[in-house]
Design a protein around this ligand. Structure first.
Ligand SMILES: Nc1ncnc2c1ncn2[C@@H]1O[C@H](COP(=O)(O)OP(=O)(O)O)[C@@H](O)[C@H]1O
Ligand SMILES: [Mg+2]
Length: 97
């Protein structure tokens, strides 16, 4: 069986993936999204990335759901960043210690 992480880290990772997968379906007409979850043993951080190939939404500045994700990551001492390179979808990357 794979090693388990502290419950609050696993729970936050679940919440981040759930929200980050809802957005491309809801806002971006994405055809695919990939989720990558890995433990970086060098600095004991769980890295979660959700990348989609959809259009970038007009309302990204408002970002209420994304603010919730940032707060959740920050509460654990982690961070989450969004990247939307022009024409290349959206990616959310979180690092949770
Ligand atoms: N993956 C995404 N692709 C394109 N646009 C997005 C994506 N995620 C968020 N957005 C844009 O950012 C806005 C805010 O997203 P979010 O904070 O999750 O709030 P909500 O989903 O409740 O509208 C969305 O209304 C949408 O315009
Ligand atoms: Mg949302």
């Amino acid at each position: 069986m794979a090693a388990r992480l502290p419950e609050h880290v696993e729970g936050s990772a679940y919440y981040i993936v759930a929200e980050a997968l809802t957005n491309p379906a809801k806002h971006a007409r994405a055809s695919a999204a990939t989720v990558t979850v890995e433990v970086d043993a060098r600095d004991a951080v769980l890295r979660v990335a959700v990348c989609d190939d959809g259009a970038v939404g007009a309302d990204f500045a408002r970002c209420t759901g994304l603010v919730g994700l940032k707060d959740r990551a920050a509460a654990l001492g982690g961070r989450i960043v969004r990247q939307s390179p022009r024409g290349a979808g959206t990616s959310l990357r979180a690092g949770l210690p």
